[in-house]
Write a protein that binds this ligand. Structure first.
Ligand SMILES: *[C@@H]1O[C@H](CO)[C@@H](O)[C@H](O)[C@H]1NC(C)=O
Ligand SMILES: *[C@@H]1O[C@H](CO)[C@@H](O)[C@H](O)[C@H]1NC(C)=O
Ligand SMILES: CC(=O)N[C@H]1CO[C@H](CO)[C@@H](O)[C@@H]1O
Length: 270
């Protein structure tokens, strides 16, 4: 499981989210941003901007009570306040990588993080530094055993830079949290078609179906019909990404419960 949490500012709590044993459950603290509170970029120095209810102590407690829980932070996201965030080409890529490595290492230690997710959503025209900087950053964080998990979160408009990243650094990328809800497919059959397309662009074993709670794309139990249809079409459902816990508290985490049920059922059936 992949669960984004903390992006909207509501006082969401990790322990409110139902977590089953037997599945790796990744909480993705949203977001760590290379910017000061006014949105000025900091040359790779990332700071935490998730809900302040998600404290280091609460992460430690959740991991202690649920050994299958892992904590990640997602880099960037769409915006900070009313400022839209974008990838920018650092003047000195080595300095950017080094600053990102140090700031994320401190954050990982403070918040007991196991990994990072990459969620840059806007790119300049000349974007070739993205794959290099992010790929080298993940490689270094893994090599120095700061993190053990790395995921990426492309959507239909950001496919090109993420494909470049995946082609060059796919070995260090564990899962693709593709935002299927941005493809606006609402029926199980078209969901499977969309999955096929993205599976061809990334790696079908690493690609996870995703769901936006109270959001865009497929909604309600049709999502679970889509998961079954994926399996019937020979796509193993190796996990589910949900955006986000902030919205799920209003429906008692229905999609988290049912997704874990689905994953446990399919594990049993293998
Ligand atoms: C880190 O990189 C060095 C040099 O390439 C390599 O020898 C070492 O095995 C790597 N360690 C890990 C944990 O990947
Ligand atoms: C999991 O399996 C049980 C027992 O067969 C079934 O009742 C339930 O609907 C399944 N859950 C999902 C989400 O498929
Ligand atoms: C290297 C890379 O990712 N280049 C892309 C930059 O963005 C344009 C569209 O905005 C793509 O067409 C390029 O492939």
């Amino acid at each position: 499981m992949m669960e984004y949490i903390g992006a909207t500012g509501v006082p969401v709590k990790l322990e409110a989210v139902p977590v089953e044993g037997g599945i790796d459950f990744h909480f993705i603290l949203s977001f760590a941003i290379d910017a000061d509170p006014s949105g000025n970029t900091q040359n790779g120095k990332f700071s935490p901007y998730w809900a302040d209810t998600l404290t280091p102590e609460s992460v430690a407690a959740m991991k202690k009570s649920h050994p299958n829980v892992k904590a990640l932070t997602s880099l960037s996201g769409w915006s900070l306040g009313d400022k839209v965030l974008r990838w920018y080409t650092p003047d000195d890529t080595q300095q950017w990588i080094s600053n990102a490595f140090s700031s994320l290492s401190s954050m990982a230690q403070q918040y007991h993080l196991d990994g990072i997710d990459i969620d840059y959503e806007n790119f300049p025209r000349h974007n070739s530094s993205f794959a290099y900087c992010i790929g080298e950053l993940i490689t270094l964080l893994k090599n120095q055993s700061v993190i053990s998990v790395a995921t990426i979160a492309p959507y239909h408009k950001t496919i090109a830079p993420y494909i470049e990243l995946f082609e060059n650094y796919g070995d260090v990328i564990d899962f693709v949290n593709y935002q299927f809800y941005t493809d606006k497919v609402r029926k199980p059959k078209s969901y499977v078609e969309a999955f096929k397309i993205r599976a061809g662009q990334f790696d079908k074993e690493k690609l996870l179906p995703s769901y936006e709670v109270n959001g865009r794309g497929i909604q309600g139990d049709a999502f679970f019909d889509a998961l079954s249809l994926l399996e019937e079409n020979g796509f193993g459902v190796n996990g589910v990404m949900i955006f986000s816990a902030d919205a799920s508290s209003s429906n008692d985490y229905y999609y988290e419960r049912k997704s874990q049920d689905f994953l446990l059922n399919s594990t049993v059936s293998v």
